[in-house]
Design a protein around this ligand. Structure first.
Ligand SMILES: O=C(O)CCC(=O)C(=O)O
Ligand SMILES: [Fe+2]
Length: 290
C-alpha cells in the first residue's frame, strides 16, 4: 500500500505534484514557524472558548457535529490579520495545479479552526467534494489543507486517510446521509489501506476533495487543533459564505489576491459581477463617491 509522502517547503514542486496525482495527498512540514503557530493559537483561543460554550448549549448532534468537535468558521472576518496564510504561494501553486486551473479561477471554500477534544469519535469516512451534486465522472472540484496547530498523533485522532482513494470508482463507496442530510459514504477499507496522519504543529496536510478521509477518534487526553482551509473552482458556490460577514472596508483592506480568493472577483468576464464590474471594483467606486 502507498503512504502519504512528506515534503518541506523547499522540496521540488514537481515531486509534490506527482505525489498528489499518485496518493491524492501529501504532508508539507514547517509551513508555519513555531512563532506563527503560537501567534495563531493565541489569536484563536477566545473564539474557540466561545464556540465551546455554544457547543455545550447545543448538545451532541452526532455525525459531523459531536459535542467533542469545536470549530470557529469565517476566519477572514474574525481574523483579517491572518489573511496572508490563505494565500500561501506554495499552497496556491499546488491547489491550482490539482484543480487544473489558474489563480484567477479559484476561491476559498472553507476557513475554519477546529478542535477535536478527548473522546471525540472518528468521523464517518467521506470525500469533501460530495458537497456539489455533480454526476461522476467529474473534474476535481476542491482541495483541502489541514494546518496542524497542535500535534497530530494517532492517539489524538490524527486524520484517517486512504492514500490513492481519489482514484477509486464510486462502486467502493455507498453514498449515505446522516440524520441532518449531510452526505457521507459507507466505505469499508481494508485495515492496511487506512493511514493515520501524524504531524507536528506548523505542518500542513494537503489533499484532494476526492480523497476518502475522516477525522480519527481522539483517545488521548489532549486537544487536536488545526486550521481547515479549502479551495475550489470559483464557478462553484463556496461552502462558507464570506460575503455576509465581511465589511466593504475589510474587503478593500486585503491584498488583491486575497480579495479574489474570497470571491470578490469575477470568473471569466461575467460570473459574479456587480453592475457589470467585479465586486472589488464596485466597492472601490462606491467608496470614492462623495
Ligand atoms: O478532523 C480531521 O482531521 C478532518 C476533518 C474533516 O475531514 C472534515 O471536517 O471534513
Ligand atoms: Fe473532510
Amino acid at each position: 500500500m502507498t503512504t502519504v509522502s512528506r515534503f518541506v517547503i523547499s522540496s521540488a514542486v514537481e515531486q509534490m505534484h506527482a505525489a498528489i496525482r499518485r496518493d491524492g495527498a501529501l504532508i508539507i512540514e514547517s509551513v508555519l514557524s513555531q512563532a506563527e503557530v503560537a501567534d495563531l493559537n493565541q489569536r484563536f483561543q477566545s473564539a474557540l472558548d466561545e464556540e465551546k460554550r455554544l457547543q455545550q448549549g447545543r448538545g451532541d448532534l452526532g455525525g459531523y457535529m459531536p459535542s467533542t468537535m469545536v470549530f470557529a468558521t469565517n476566519l477572514p472576518a474574525r481574523f483579517p490579520e491572518i489573511a496572508r496564510h490563505f494565500s500561501h504561494p506554495l499552497i496556491l501553486e499546488l491547489a491550482t495545479a490539482a484543480l487544473g486551473t489558474d489563480l484567477a479561477e479559484i476561491t476559498i471554500n472553507t476557513t475554519q479552526v477546529m478542535e477535536s477534544w478527548p473522546g471525540n469519535p472518528a468521523q464517518p469516512l467521506h470525500r469533501d467534494d460530495v458537497t456539489w451534486p455533480l454526476p461522476a465522472p467529474r473534474p476535481e472540484l476542491t482541495v483541502v489543507t489541514l494546518w496542524a496547530l497542535q500535534n497530530f498523533t494517532a492517539e489524538a485522532g490524527g486524520t484517517n486517510v486512504i492514500p490513492g482513494s481519489h482514484l477509486w470508482q464510486d462502486a467502493r463507496l455507498t453514498p449515505q446521509y446522516d440524520a441532518d442530510g449531510h452526505p457521507a459514504y459507507k466505505c469499508d477499507p481494508r485495515p492496511d489501506e487506512l493511514q493515520r496522519i501524524e504531524m507536528e504543529p506548523g505542518s500542513v496536510l494537503f489533499f484532494l476533495g476526492s480523497l476518502v478521509h475522516g477525522g480519527g477518534n481522539n483517545t488521548s487526553d489532549r486537544v487536536r487543533r488545526f486550521m481547515h482551509i479549502g479551495y475550489c473552482h470559483s464557478w462553484l458556490r463556496q461552502v462558507e459564505n464570506q460575503y455576509a460577514t465581511l465589511s466593504r472596508e475589510q474587503v478593500l483592506s486585503f491584498p488583491p489576491v486575497v480579495q479574489r480568493l474570497l470571491g470578490f472577483g469575477i470568473y471569466r468576464f461575467e460570473l459574479g459581477h456587480t453592475y457589470n464590474v467585479s465586486p472589488i471594483e464596485y466597492y472601490q467606486r462606491e467608496l470614492m463617491k462623495p
